[in-house]
Design a protein around this ligand. Structure first.
Ligand SMILES: *Cc1c(COP(=O)(O)O)cnc(C)c1O
Length: 355
C-alpha cells in the first residue's frame, strides 16, 4: 500500500467555468468546480491518482455499483478566511471514517496519503471557488464505488475513489419540523447504519417522503427493535435539551459517529453545559414537552452544522418547542463556525490549514 502520491497527475481545464457562476445564489451541491480527483483501484492496488477536468464517468452496465450497491462517501467543507487562507475541519476524522465505512461493505482500504494529499492538491487548484460570504463554504464530496464488473454477488475487484467539490451557500434556512418514526428503521443492530454507505440514504427517502406529505421535513429515527428511543434526525445526529442538560444518544451499530456530534459534545463541555451521552426515550421527550422542560432539539451534521428543530410530531400529535433567546444551539454553532472560519482560537486543534 505504498502508492507514491507525490506524483499526482494534473490535467487542468483550458477555460475555467468560474465566471459563469453566480456566487450570490448557490443551491446546495448543484454547481461543481472545474476539476475532480480520481484514483483507481486495480489488480489489488490503488493506482497513480489524477486531477482532471470535471467530467462524466463511463461504466460497464455490469459494474457492481449498479447491482450490489458497494459505495461509501464522506461530506466535508473547506473554508476561506479574510486573509484568503484555506482551512478544513478535522479532515483526518473523515479519512478514518471512510475506511471504517469501506471495511463494512468490503471495499479495500484507501491509504491515508491518497485521501489527504488528493484533497489538499485539489483544494489548492480550486481555491478561487471557495466562497467567502457568511455561512458559505466549499462542500467536498469524497466517495468510493465498485467499478469492477460481474453479475456474481461478490465484492468487485476494481473501485474508483473520486473527490468532487461544490461551492455552497448556507444549507438549511429556517427551523425543522420533524416526525418521530415508529414504523420504518434507518439501521439495525449488526447492520450498516454506522457506515456512510450510499444505500443507507436510499432506504431513508421513502419514509422521509411520507413525513413530508404530512407536513414535516425530516424523520427522527428510533431504534429498530422497540422504537422507544430516538437515535438520529434524518442524516444528522440528534441533541435534546431538557431543562439545562443536553442529551445525545451514544453511537452504536445503528448511529453514525458524526464529526459534528463529537465537536458539539466537546464544545458543550468547554462551555460548562451539562451533557449526558445516553439513550433518550421518546416518552421522556414527549413528557418533557408536555411539562415544559423540553427546551431545545437540534440536528448536528457537516452540511448545516446545527439545524434547530421547531417542533415534532408523534402519534398524530404535534409538539411545539419554545423560542429561546439564549439557546445552546446558537451558542454552540457560533463556537464551531468561528473555529472553522478562523475567527477564534482553536484550543481543540480541529482547524487544519491547507495553504
Ligand atoms: C454524515 C452523517 C451524520 C453527520 O456526520 P458529520 O460527520 O457530522 O457530518 C449523521 N448521521 C448520518 C446518518 C450521517 O450519514
Amino acid at each position: 500500500m505504498d502508492t507514491n502520491v507525490t506524483n499526482i497527475i494534473v490535467e487542468k481545464v483550458k477555460n475555467s467555468r468560474i465566471n459563469q457562476v453566480d456566487f450570490s445564489d448557490l443551491p446546495f451541491g448543484k454547481v461543481h468546480t472545474d476539476h475532480m480527483f480520481v484514483c483507481d483501484y486495480k489488480n489489488g492496488a490503488w493506482e497513480t491518482p489524477k486531477i482532471v477536468p470535471y467530467q462524466g464517468i463511463t461504466l460497464d452496465p455490469a459494474a457492481k455499483i449498479f447491482h450490489y450497491g458497494q459505495s461509501v462517501f464522506e461530506g466535508m467543507k473547506a473554508y476561506k478566511d479574510e486573509a484568503g487562507d484555506i482551512f478544513l475541519f478535522r479532515p483526518e476524522e473523515n479519512q478514518k471514517r471512510l475506511n471504517i465505512s469501506s471495511k463494512r461493505i468490503s471495499i479495500p482500504e484507501l491509504p491515508k496519503e491518497i485521501f489527504m494529499e488528493g484533497l489538499k492538491t485539489l483544494l489548492q487548484i480550486e481555491k478561487d471557488w471557495i466562497p467567502t460570504s457568511v455561512g458559505s463554504s466549499l462542500y467536498i464530496r469524497p466517495f468510493i464505488f465498485a467499478s469492477g464488473t460481474g453479475l456474481h454477488a461478490s465484492p468487485a475487484n476494481e473501485y474508483k475513489f473520486v473527490i468532487v467539490c461544490a461551492p455552497s451557500g448556507p444549507y438549511f434556512s429556517g427551523k425543522l419540523k420533524v416526525l418521530i418514526e415508529e414504523k420504518y428503521s434507518r439501521a439495525a443492530n449488526g447492520g450498516v447504519g454506522y457506515a456512510k454507505a450510499g444505500g443507507n440514504y436510499a432506504g431513508q427517502f421513502y419514509p422521509t417522503q411520507l413525513a413530508i406529505e404530512q407536513g414535516y421535513q425530516q424523520v427522527v429515527w428510533t431504534d429498530d427493535n422497540t422504537h422507544e428511543y430516538i437515535e438520529e434526525a434524518g442524516a444528522m445526529n440528534i441533541f435534546v435539551r431538557i431543562n439545562d442538560t443536553l442529551l445525545t444518544s451514544p453511537v452504536s451499530d445503528r448511529i453514525l459517529d458524526g464529526v459534528t456530534r463529537k465537536s458539539v459534545i466537546d464544545i458543550a463541555k468547554a462551555e460548562g453545559i451539562a451533557i449526558e451521552i445516553r439513550k433518550i426515550r421518546v416518552e421522556e421527550v414527549v413528557n418533557a414537552s408536555k411539562n415544559g422542560s423540553l427546551k431545545e432539539m437540534f440536528g448536528a451534521g457537516t452540511a448545516a452544522v446545527i439545524s434547530p428543530i421547531s417542533g415534532f410530531g408523534h402519534r398524530g400529535e404535534h409538539y411545539e418547542l419554545p423560542e429561546l433567546e439564549d439557546n445552546f444551539a446558537d451558542r454552540i454553532k457560533k463556537r464551531i463556525t468561528d473555529i472553522q472560519y478562523n475567527k477564534a482560537e482553536d484550543p481543540f486543534g480541529w482547524r487544519y490549514q491547507v495553504v
